[in-house]
Design a protein around this ligand. Sequence first.
Ligand code: SF4
Length: 343
Amino acid sequence: MYVVLQTSFLGDMILTTPLIARLAERGAVDVVATPANAGVLANHPAVRQVLVFDKRGADAGVAGLWRMAARLRECNAQTAYMAQGSLRTAALARLAGIPERIGFATSPGRMLYTSRVPFRRELHHAQRLWQLGSNLDDASAPTVRPSLFPGIVDMAQVDALLQANGVAAGEPLIALAPGSVWATKRWPSFDALAAQLANDDMLRSHRVVVVGAASDGPLARAVIEALRARGVTSAIDATGRLSLLGSAALLSHAKMLVTNDSAPLHLASAMNTPTVALFGPTVPSFGFGPLSERHMIVEQHGLACRPCHAHGPQQCPLGHWKCMREITSETVVAAVRNVVTHA
Ligand code: SF4
């Protein structure tokens, strides 16, 4: 019996699925997740149950931690995999009485682990997490890809959205994901990209669909307006209209995705959707690049200030934000053409 504790961002949860799948080959796997991320594991055949840990809400504070530990104790797990490395998460596993606790040697909660695994910076984060489930002397790290399993309800959501917008069977879609929690990771020219797609001989036959959370609505509307200004009225705003797995299902329909370094990138990796990924204040070598078989990365090489932050600051500390502002829509369209041609 195993439990995987992952209470970080959505992308981290998606990248934990190869570890979960690996552990499920040996026994039942329960997962501790935040309320925001729990839904992405629905229908996953490797997951026995998801325990929701609302660490910033109902389960906040010491009393919440004890309550959650009591629930976790009922799982009777022998081994906890600390995919999220905080002291609080480590304390949760310890309080739940789980005898073996395995996590990264660099994590803040490492003092409470029984085994510490090297954090190998050269690997993709999905591989690092996967290696938590390896023998400690196993240095190999195969290519892994996350997996998600949209259900009937998620697929029905997508079918309804496409039908309501008159999308014909087989009509090619280009998905755009202009949002990110971190402001400096949001490439500011998705509207200019949309305008170029409308004028491009090869790409104008593709329908644009904008994906993201409800909070990405204003970014989606800017894209839709840019297309309208060029006479294209067929674009679809899917922001805030689909479940997480519905978004994954929609991406599986799309010919490709253009995205920032944010959660949709990892949804696309799980669905193996060809991807153009834009990196600004962060770099792919942090371990969060695309894992779709067909992908391209667009970034400004040669900027001495990159990377400037583990996630991407809310404001450019230098004020010029060149890492994103200097990525041109022409460069991105060329990458889109390349990916679409070989998809
Ligand atoms: S400091 Fe450099 S890398 Fe960081 S946000 Fe500004 S331009 Fe981008």
